[in-house]
Design a protein around this ligand. Structure first.
Ligand SMILES: Cc1cc2nc3c(=O)[nH]c(=O)nc-3n(C[C@H](O)[C@H](O)[C@H](O)COP(=O)(O)OP(=O)(O)OC[C@H]3O[C@@H](n4cnc5c(N)ncnc54)[C@H](O)[C@@H]3O)c2cc1C
Length: 246
């Protein structure tokens, strides 16, 4: 894998602290839903910092995107080296270096037929959104359930798109779990994902779903443990931790 120069083609604000960036990567070889790219920023004095970002765009041709365009979604980490630049400074037309796609384990292939359970904590929704978008673009009818844990309504990412897809993408269910503060009149009090909630919003272990868990390390470990405690086969649980990469 070699570094390539990518051009920022479009930027969308997704929440108070996250934005999507569409990157044009001329030699993009294609990717699977769930893979990531390495992004390298180099300062004028030559200092370089490199971080990983999941590919959020569909893994198959999607309307409105050229074959060379991929999307990432970056959540600002206060005092971080790379994410504040991508969230606050990067503009359409800027050039950055990328390398990828990377990873072959945390991937969903649209030719698979088992039901899928997606469990996201915060920005961990990015590769799971790639799977949701890929499902739609590939015409898959596999039932998908997303359980998405966020701190409060301000940090919800892809809120409008998820609402639209629940309406339009047949067989997709989404459950949002607010851990600290809910929107007014929300059906559940704020709190962490529990085994009971997972039973209600996920698939039973007897259906042998493929489960993908992504987010901060603590979220991933707690959630994978809940799945195992509910009888899910560990071999069907794939995890991706968004810990520090520096
Ligand atoms: C495979 C993979 C895929 C990833 N995909 C995404 C993605 O799609 N979107 C996204 O926003 N991020 C993603 N990340 C995280 C990303 O790579 C960076 O770690 C993150 O953007 C912080 O980088 P930074 O340079 O801003 O902070 P740094 O300068 O690396 O760190 C600043 C401080 O914040 C802490 N910190 C670093 N990262 C995190 C974090 N994720 N959560 C909490 N504290 C942290 C550090 O310990 C340090 O104290 C992914 C990570 C991995 C390993």
């Amino acid at each position: 894998m070699t570094w390539q120069v990518a051009t920022v083609k479009d930027i969308r604000e997704e929440s108070v602290a996250a934005r999507s960036l569409v990157l044009d990567v001329p030699e993009w070889p294609g990717h699977f839903a769930g893979q990531h790219v390495d992004v390298r920023l180099t300062a004028p004095d030559g200092y370089a910092a490199q971080r990983s970002y999941s590919l959020a765009s569909a893994a198959v041709a999607a309307a409105g995107y050229a074959a060379s365009e991929v999307e990432i979604m970056v959540q600002r980490i206060p005092r971080g080296e790379v994410s504040p630049w991508l969230c606050d400074v990067a503009q359409v037309g800027d050039q950055i270096e990328v390398r990828g796609p990377v990873g072959g384990y945390f991937v969903w292939d649209p030719s698979r037929t088992e039901p899928v359970l997606l469990l996201a904590g915060g920005s961990g929704v990015a590769p799971l959104m790639a799977m949701i978008r890929t499902r739609r673009e590939a015409g898959s009818r596999v039932p998908f359930r997303l359980v998405y844990s966020v701190r409060d309504p301000d940090t919800l990412i892809y809120g409008d798109e998820l609402n639209r897809r629940v309406r339009d993408d047949q067989g997709l269910d989404v459950t949002i779990v607010y851990t600290r503060q809910t929107p007014p009149g929300w059906r559940r009090p704020a709190g962490r994902l529990t085994g009971d909630l997972l039973t209600e919003a996920g698939w039973p272990a007897s259906m042998s779903p493929a489960s993908f868990v992504c987010g901060p390390t603590g979220f991933v470990e707690a959630t994978a443990n809940l799945l195992v405690a509910a009888g899910h086969d560990a071999a069907w649980i794939r995890t991706e931790r968004f810990g520090p990469t520096s």
